[in-house]
Design a protein around this ligand. Sequence first.
Ligand code: ATP
Length: 255
Amino acid sequence: MLLIEELKVEIGGKPILKNINMEVPQGETHVLFGPNGSGKTSLMMTLMGFSGYNVTHGKITFKGHDITYMPINERAQLGIGISFQRPPTINGLKTREIVEICGAGNANLDVEKLAKEINCTDFLDRDVNHNFSGGEIKRSELLQLMAQKPDLVLLDEPESGVDLENIVMIGDTINTLLGRSIQCQCPIETPFKTIVSDQARSALVITHTGHILDYITADKGRVLFDGVLCFTRNAREILKWIREYGYEECARCTI
Ligand SMILES: Nc1ncnc2c1ncn2[C@@H]1O[C@H](COP(=O)(O)OP(=O)(O)OP(=O)(O)O)[C@@H](O)[C@H]1O
């Protein structure tokens, strides 16, 4: 689905991503951990094709297409969607309108019905993100993705600014969007069983705190440290190590 090979990215001449290699297969959810400033958001912005993220080396392939230098709108049309950590306020554009734009290729789009499902009806007719609470911002982002139905979903810190009640809904919505259902089970060491549908979407999820992993499951976790991917393992195992030893020690130990 997504293949990144030897990717090097600079911002304003400063190297930010240093030789990234990774693959996200069809239907898998991968989590990206990393301390502040390690380059997680830059990787997502590069994958989506935002300007200012200059690819100086390497290749990004999505669904067999070389998208390394493809314009952002073509990447969206090809099936990549993104939820930002801090999306901008867009005055003069209603949330309903942006959802309709996101779902332009979706003939069966019913904005009201979708909004009801994730408790977004209250702000459909407000300007995008204008005075939205943290939880409303994240729900609005997910509503846009539900309308777009991308094959690859990029989620930048979906739990940031969200309270404990909203995070349950955010987790449920992400699972619905990705086509994964979660069953709780014992023992505590393996608390979740994941049922992945045939049409499951692929996802790359950035998390700084790891809280979202109490509500969604992942097939793989990776740690990005100072623009370098240090290691790849079970996401919950990585989280345990980070909590115990910290990022620096984890990176030092692996490198
Ligand atoms: N537009 C920009 N101009 C200059 N430097 C930038 C720009 N965007 C990002 N950077 C720098 O790139 C580095 C990586 O930033 P990035 O936001 O990708 O990190 P991050 O891992 O997502 O951090 P956080 O967890 O705090 O969100 C930082 O040093 C940051 O200051």
